[in-house]
Design a protein around this ligand. Sequence first.
Ligand SMILES: *Cc1c(COP(=O)(O)O)cnc(C)c1O
Length: 401
Amino acid sequence: MSSNRPDIRPQLGLRRIINVSGTMTALGASIVVPEAVQMVDSILSEFVEINELHRRACATIAQATGAEAGCMTASCSAGISVSIAGCMTGADLARIEQLPDATGMKDEVLIQPGHMVYYGAPIEQAIRLTGAKVVTVGQATFARPYHLAAAVTERTAAAVYVISHHAVQYGQIELGEFCAICRARGVPVIVDAASEYDLRGFLAKGADLVAYSAHKFLGGPTAGIVAGRKDLVRAAFLQNYGIGRGMKVGKESIAGAIAALEAWGKRDHAAVRAREAGYLKLWMERLAKVPGLRPSIVPDPTDNPLDRLKLEVDQGESSTTAWALAAALARAEPPIIVRDHEVEHGHFFLDPCNLHPGEAEVVADQIASVAAAIRGKPSPDLADLRRRQYEALLAWPDRLP
Ligand SMILES: *Cc1c(COP(=O)(O)O)cnc(C)c1O
C-alpha cells in the first residue's frame, strides 16, 4: 500500500480489505469524512442534553433537505421503523408505549412488491417491527396507479417507496404519481433513499418523509436521517420513548452526522467525481489488457452522479467465472471486495467511491494477477460457493475449517 496512514485493523486481528463494493454496512459503510471524525472525537467526552442535540440536528437536516424538520435515528432502517410508528401513533405517548400492539391504530403499510428489498435484512421486517402489517400493491414487475388506489383502506397508516439498485427498476409506479395518489387519500409516503445523493428531490416530488443513511454517501458515522413534514418527524422522534429506545442513536452519531451533512454542503463534488473518473480510467486501461476481462464504464442505476466499472468475465477466454474471480479476490492478500450482487450474469462491478490514495492501483494489479493465477483452474459452482458462505455465517463465532 503506497500511503502511510495509520491502520488499526491488524491490531484487531482484521484483514486490510480494500472496498470496491460500495458503501456496504457489512464492510463498515464508508470512509468517514474528517469533519465528522473530528466532531465525534470532540463530543464523546462531553455531556449533552440529548434532545437539544436532536433539536440542533433537526435544523441542520431541514437546511440540507429543504424539509420542515428532520430527526436523527440509529440507521436508515431504524428511520423507516420509527417513521411508520409515528404515522401510526402521532404525538401520543400512550400509543407510543403501546406499540407493537397496534390495537385501535391504523396498521396497514402499502409497498410495491418490486420495492420489497433486502439490504442485509428484509425491509418488510423494518415495517412489521412496529406492529404494522405489510400490504402489497400490484406484482413484482407490474404495479399500476389503480393497484395503489385500490389498496388504500381506512386502516392504511402509510405507504413506503424505495429508491435503490436493490429495487426492480421497471414496471413500478413513478414516485410523483405514487405520492399524488396517497396524498389525495391522506396517506403519508415514506421514501427509503438510504443511498441516494439527492437530498431534496424526493420531498419536492411529494414525499412526506424521506430516510437516508448517514454512513453511506455522506461519509458520516452510523446513523439515519429522517426529513419531512414536521408533525410526522415529531411523531417519529417521539418513538425514542417507545420502540425506538432499543434503536437509539448516541450523541457521537448525532453530532457526527450533523458534521457530515454540513460537510456535504461544502464538498467539492466536481473534484470528487474527477478523482473517481481517474480511477475508472486507470482500471479501464489496465483491465482491458487482461485476457478474458471486458471492462466498461456504467452509470449508477438510480441516477446518483457516480459511475462504476463493470467487469465482464468471458468464461471461454478467461477460463474462469465472474464468481470464481470475485471469490479469489476476496481471499487474496490484500483482499479486494468487489460489488458482486449480479455475479450470476457473468460480471461484477468496481465502485470507485471508497478508496484511499494508492488503492486503485493495487486493485488493478491484484485483479490482473489473481485472474492470471486462477486461469484454467476449475471454477466452483456458484450454488456451492453461496452454500459455504451461508454455512460460514451460521457457524459464527466459530470459523469453518
Ligand atoms: C443500506 C440500505 C438500507 C439500510 O440502511 P442502514 O442505514 O444501514 O440501516 C435501507 N434501504 C436501502 C435501499 C439501503 O440501500
